[in-house]
Design a protein around this ligand. Structure first.
Ligand SMILES: [Zn+2]
Ligand SMILES: [Zn+2]
Length: 193
């Protein structure tokens, strides 16, 4: 399969890598069918971030489920899903409290498309492995237009974090982020109120 990588200022390339596959029984493998770019992608490509190359890009997409692990419920091959940018387990204390962007089972800011909490790959790829698929993927209704929902991966998850009752996920008032002010991408550098 191919993945889109940032390899230096204003330089991108498609690179061949082994196909994504189910590794753990809670995984799904999905095929992105509609993806959108974020302001942060533009900053990375322009060389305005500290993230080193090479870097697999993409954290907003709608995808088709290709395969699910034995423990994944509620999803089958062929389903159309939104793939949220942040990765969470769905069962730890903070996930259970409704704050999946602060999941305790992964490094903070674990996400697709940026190397903030480990290397999870990017969504500008032909295939993507999604851990804890039942918790992370959001199934779309039959007939939904993928292009209409692709940016929900980031925009709606950020809005949720900003409006969450969990004080730690509330809107960052003075954010240096070049993305949405409530984005989970950068609050580590900003005072949380
Ligand atoms: Zn973003
Ligand atoms: Zn969790």
């Amino acid at each position: 399969m191919r993945v889109l990588e940032y390899i230096g200022t204003r330089e991108l390339r498609w690179r061949d890598v082994p196909d994504a596959r189910v590794v753990d029984p809670g995984d799904a493998v999905v095929r992105p069918v509609a993806a959108t770019t974020c302001d942060l992608d533009r900053a990375v490509i322009a060389g305005r971030t500290p993230f080193p190359a090479p870097l697999q890009l993409g954290h907003e997409c709608v995808a088709e489920v290709v395969e699910v692990g034995d423990e994944v419920s509620g999803l089958v091959a062929g389903d159309l899903v939104v793939v949220p940018w942040h990765i969470s387990c769905g069962t730890c204390a903070t996930c259970s409290a409704g704050a999946p962007s602060r999941c305790l089972s992964v490094p903070r800011y674990a996400m697709f498309g940026l190397p903030l909490g480990g290397a999870w790959g990017g969504l500008f790829s032909e295939l993507v492995r999604v851990p804890w698929a039942a918790a992370n993927l959001v199934k779309l209704p039959h007939g939904a237009e993928p292009e209409a929902f692709a940016s929900a991966s980031d925009n709606l998850t950020d809005a949720y974090a900003a409006s969450s009752r969990d004080r730690r996920t509330r809107l960052v008032r003075r954010c240096s982020c070049s993305v949405a002010p409530a984005s989970g991408c950068t609050p580590a550098r900003s005072p949380v109120r």
